[in-house]
Write a protein that binds this ligand. Structure first.
Ligand code: ARG
Length: 274
């Protein structure tokens, strides 16, 4: 019998894809010669925000800035733990102005924002998971940023080495499912990590779900869970079945237009943890 899973209400920050497009290529998914259907992207994004609200979550929106086509990927702007905001410092010069745009929103909402010295792409690579902060490196966020974020939050930070350019951010290869007896569990794609990092994940999360490469390539690990509902790409069919077998409720939301930029559900969602 699957366990009964309890959801907890979340506060999400998003950015409307009014200026979303693929205009440069900074990951293997992005191809400037493949057009984005901006009207469809808008409908898909609206469906995501509606799904969050229908499931009891609060959704707030940062005003989109013209000329910043990746600003829709709100997860990269910061990581927020216990109401403290560790901001971003993007690897790609094209994305650097996003940090200030999000900082402006956070300050107006009453938060102080710490601006890291090291290259650091927010929740894209820094994933709070219970007692630990899981931290990806290899393509974007640096190990120096892992030290900086541990010093800032005082939360034990586990460095994980990403090795496959398709999974250039930690949140494309791993997500937090939610709690079992106060401990958080995760789902991940082992092939995205170095052998040592795979071992670290297996030790820390012996109950973890592992996903296939196909489900990972379908952005199935770029999911958002509230502890019960898992907002997930409908293309990740194997993972969806496995989640249901474990007592979660998959909520499929198709963000196929955003996959063209290398992003999915989680990338479009910043969680504000109080
Ligand atoms: N085009 C964006 C980039 O390469 C996509 C970011 C996706 N965000 C994420 N949290 N994985 O930076």
């Amino acid at each position: 019998m699957p366990t009964s899973r309890a959801p907890s209400p979340r506060r999400y920050l998003v950015c409307e894809p009014r200026h979303f497009d693929v205009r440069y290529a900074i990951n293997p998914w992005m191809r400037a010669d493949v057009p984005v259907d901006t009207a469809l992207a808008g409908r898909q994004w609206t469906a995501l925000t509606e799904a969050y609200r229908e499931h009891g979550h609060t959704v707030e929106s940062v005003p989109p800035v013209p000329g910043l086509p990746d600003m829709v990927f709100a997860a990269n702007s910061a990581v927020v733990v216990e109401g403290r905001v560790f901001g971003s410092h993007f690897h790609a010069p094209e994305r650097r102005p996003e940090s200030t745009a999000y900082e402006t929103w956070f300050k107006a909402a009453g938060f102080d924002v710490y601006r890291p010295e090291s290259v650091c792409e927010g929740e894209g690579d820094l994933v709070p998971a219970g007692r630990f902060l899981l931290a990806g490196t290899g393509f974007r966020t640096t190990r120096a940023a892992h030290r900086e974020v541990q010093e800032f939050f005082g939360v034990p930070t586990i460095s994980l080495q990403l090795v496959d350019p398709h999974f250039y951010h930690l949140d494309t290869a791993l997500f937090v499912l939610g709690g079992d007896d106060g401990e958080q569990n995760i789902a991940y794609y082992p092939g995205a990590f170095s052998p040592g990092s795979r071992e670290v994940l297996a030790r820390l999360f012996p109950e973890a779900m592992t996903a296939t490469r196909d489900d990972a390539m379908a952005f199935g690990l770029n999911s958002v869970s509230d502890g019960r509902h898992v907002f997930i790409a409908p293309q990740a069919t194997g993972l969806i079945d496995e989640l249901a077998a474990r007592g979660y409720v998959p909520v499929p939301v198709d963000l196929s237009e955003f996959h063209k930029a290398g992003g999915g559900i989680k990338c479009c969602t910043q969680e504000i943890r109080s």
